[in-house]
Design a binder for this molecule. Structure first.
Ligand SMILES: Cc1cc2nc3c(=O)[nH]c(=O)nc-3n(C[C@@H](O)[C@@H](O)[C@H](O)COP(=O)(O)OP(=O)(O)OC[C@H]3O[C@@H](n4cnc5c(N)ncnc54)[C@H](O)[C@@H]3O)c2cc1C
Length: 471
């Protein structure tokens, strides 16, 4: 028997949990599916069951998430953790894996909040054992209390400095911070100063983090460029240039990070409209102010809708849920307007602040568009810049044609690690805007499924249409 809901939400991060709480306040039947064992998303990962003796070292922006997670756990919401959504069909059908079984449910409306992922950082040696993303270092810390002494953190963006500060507060040694933020950040960001000044608390928090790192005495190499990981079969250090001089620092663990970008595999597989954001240098679903996408009955909120951060994700979740409640006839237009106004205002102010951050921390071209033929781009299928260039010279002018010729993007990560690099490489080689080059065409299933799991999945009849679903 297929379960039927008013609203299904994918992702139990700040965006998804806030949307669920808002809808539950109207008495709607809500189900939330999340692939992780506990709710919280990236930022509040394991906040209610931290392995750390003192989770406050991770910062107030982390510990204050417990309130939202507890409210979510106490509300009248159907929750499925360890539930990995691999297909969204027509008519509100959702298929998800749980306990190695595929399950199906149907919802009149869907809100998708699958969050962000770290931007690929394709430099020489980024595939070697010992090289990870800074976000992975934080995941190990939040979930298992695991850290690595003597690592190098390299890249740019507020999350990188937050993770370094979290490491330092735990007494972990950090060999170096190799900061690739290009010189002239203030100049680039100046035209957006108004947006920055509207959020002084965030600015102060950011400056405090930088001060914490400076005071800890960790060597910080600013405006570094031309990074490459040293080592043959595993990482042994990082080489880079600063002020025209070549430096190398030894470390067997190197954590790379140059900001986050929306996690697009679900929105792309749905065939939603996307556009290239010149501000954030990434693909973003095209949405209205309430998060409604180009597909009727499907909204996108949180960082998957464009990177705005956790607080903005909470407002976006509530806004999308309010619009859904109006569509389901649970509130009239006047109430929708009055209940949305503060969330819309908050979203505008987060967007203005973000314009400042994006300009200041813009990841440099040389770290997004690799030029050395030997640099690996598609890690799953082991395709280098040189191999992709050969495919391009044979006539593959867009990501799908290149995929067919070289297998780039065909591996288990389904293009997450190489998609943006491939779009930008092809645009660069043709001197075209990225928006004209496009992205991989993605399809379900959105995760690897075993034949055994599929063989147990018996339901093959089409899902009922929302109009046929009785209240
Ligand atoms: C590795 C990493 C670490 C980060 N750490 C921080 C931090 O410490 N501080 C900070 O301010 N920002 C952090 N961010 C940024 C960002 O995640 C936050 O702005 C915020 O968590 C966004 O909220 P969200 O609800 O949009 O997404 P998220 O919090 O990421 O929640 C998305 C949820 O969707 C689930 N999901 C995704 N796909 C599926 C699927 N197919 N099926 C089922 N569930 C699915 C995920 O398990 C996740 O729980 C981090 C980002 C990354 C990538």
């Amino acid at each position: 028997m297929t379960e039927i809901f008013d609203l299904a939400i994918i992702g139990a991060g700040p965006g998804g949990m806030s949307a669920a709480l808002q809808a539950a306040e109207f008495g709607a039947s809500v189900v939330v599916l999340d692939r992780k064992a506990t709710p919280g998303g990236q930022i509040y990962r394991d906040v209610t069951q931290s392995p750390l003796l003192d989770p406050s070292v991770l910062g107030v922006e982390y510990t204050e998430g417990a309130e939202l997670v507890n409210a979510f756990l106490e509300a009248d919401i159907d929750r499925h953790q360890n539930a990995d959504v691999w297909h969204i069909g027509e008519n509100g059908e959702v298929l998800y894996s749980q306990d190695n079984q595929t399950h199906r449910l149907v919802a009149r409306e869907l809100i998708i909040s699958p969050g962000a992922m770290e931007r690929p950082f394709p430099i020489a040696g980024w595939h070697l054992p010992g090289v990870m993303t800074a976000g992975s270092a934080q995941v190990m810390l939040k979930s298992d209390g695991m850290v690595k002494d003597g690592a190098i953190f390299a890249g740019t963006g507020p999350l990188l400095y937050l993770i370094v500060a979290q490491y330092l507060r735990l007494g972990v040694t950090v060999n170096a911070v190799v900061d690739t933020t290009p010189a002239g950040g203030v100049g680039r960001a100046l035209q957006h100063l108004g947006g920055a000044l509207s959020k002084p608390a965030y600015l102060i928090k950011g400056l405090k983090l930088l001060n914490e790192i400076r005071k800890a005495g960790v060597p910080v190499f600013r405006h570094a460029s031309e990074l490459s990981v040293l080592g043959e079969s595993k990482a042994v250090g990082l080489q880079f240039k600063q002020d025209g001089r070549t430096h190398s620092v030894n470390a067997d663990h190197i954590f790379l990070h140059q900001g986050v970008i929306p996690n697009l595999n679900m929105t792309r597989a749905l065939g939603m409209d996307h556009h290239w954001s010149e501000q954030q240098l990434c693909w973003t679903p095209t949405l209205d102010d309430w998060g409604q996408s180009s597909i009727p009955h499907i909204a996108v909120v949180g960082d998957a809708a464009g990177i705005q951060g956790a607080e903005a994700a909470r407002h976006a979740g509530r806004l999308a849920a309010l619009q859904v409640m109006h569509k389901l006839g649970k509130m009239d237009k006047a109430d929708l307007k009055s209940m949305s106004v503060n969330h819309l205002k908050a979203m505008n102010s987060f967007k203005a602040f973000r314009r400042f951050l994006d300009a200041y921390y813009a990841p440099p071209t040389q770290q997004r568009i690799p030029t050395q033929n030997s640099t690996l781009v598609c890690r799953c299928e082991e395709q280098t810049v040189g191999q992709l260039r050969a495919g391009f010279e044979q006539g593959a002018k867009d990501p799908n044609a290149l995929k067919a010729l070289t297998r780039c993007g065909m591996g288990p990560c389904q293009g997450r690690q190489c998609g943006h690099t491939v779009s930008e490489l092809l645009a660069d080689w043709q001197s075209k805007p990225v928006s004209e080059v496009g992205y991989y065409r993605l399809r379900s299933p959105q995760k690897l499924l075993s034949i055994e799991e599929l063989s147990h999945f018996q339901e093959v009849q089409p899902a009922p249409k929302p109009a046929e679903v009785s209240a």
